[in-house]
Design a protein around this ligand. Sequence first.
Ligand code: PHB
Length: 389
Amino acid sequence: MQRFKTLAAAAIALGISTGALAAEPLKIGLLVPVTGPFADYGKQIERGVKLYLERNGDTVAGRKVELVLRDDAPGTSGEVSKRIAQEMIANDKVDIIAGFGLTPEALAVAPIITQAKIPAVIMNAATSIITTRSPYFVRTSHTLPQDAAPMATWAAKHGIKKVYTLVADYGPGQDAEAQFKKTFTADGGEIVGDVRVPVTNVDFAPYLQKIKDVKPDAVFLFVPPGAGTIAFMKDFANRGLAQAGIRIIATGDLTDENVLDAYGDAALGVITAFQYSEDHDSPENKAYVAAFYKAYPKNRPNFMSVAGYDGMHLIAAVVAKNGGSTDAEKFVDAAKGMSWMSPRGKITIDPATRDIVQTVYIRKVEKVNGKLQNVEFDKFPDFKDPGKP
Ligand code: PHB
């Protein structure tokens, strides 16, 4: 961006049309884990971003998009993410940073983008507070409170009276737990126990034995999808909690299409609240899903790929609106209030918070044409993040 500004200024001073400079590439630094335990997060985000460019063209306001992918695995080390973001800005000279698979990446990079005045688009990391840490953050994914509140309201209304919460002990887990408790108790439910587990925990048996003894109507869960949730589902089945009449309710992170098949039929009947399902019935989603499978026949479209897709849409729309400029102030000004049709439904960037406003659906895992899917059956339209102060 700096180079673009300088060249543009020089061109204007010399009376040369800046149209001639349109060839300057639009460099987007994609900061995501693509190796390690959360490798799928980065890969799915990258697939979504690339699919957008494939379907809509890779030139914005005359500038060809150049993706600079940098792996900041494991995604849970802020120090690694910070160093790589600094390199992206200083060496790669990126105009925009995007990606952020996990919360620690985004929190660590916040002061860097603020200081360098680089706009950044969050395509997954979902702790509510992140967008308050830099004025240049815009988010196209979700927040945990945004999904936990509808889950709590739905549960309280549908015969679930006693809930035990189990969350990963870091930003999104703490957010999910706090919002679920707040909404569920306000709606008349009772929290009969809570536990926080390490973010990379893969042995749930001791926690589940204790929960079985307490006999809640349901367990409310947030653990980042992957090895941890696969272990949870296995231990839940092996310990006989379902037979004891205990249900699983969660934010839809649990039933991410990317890991759903690994759970097998143990996932049938799990109820979650979430913004995206591969099974969502709309023309936009049908076209998206078809294009996704055509490009990536071995993978399933999920919420991370869609947030990458929508994040790239946002970047393209904002940079086009600003005539090719990626000035951070102009970027967020143009993003505020922007609204469009995503594969998940209508989404809007809240002008007050730069966070996403979207419909949160209540879904149940069912088999559709032999495949496990999150089948939507209720919804909370245009739902804002309730987790902001
Ligand atoms: C996060 O670290 O912010 C995070 C990770 C996985 C999710 C949601 C949020 O599914």
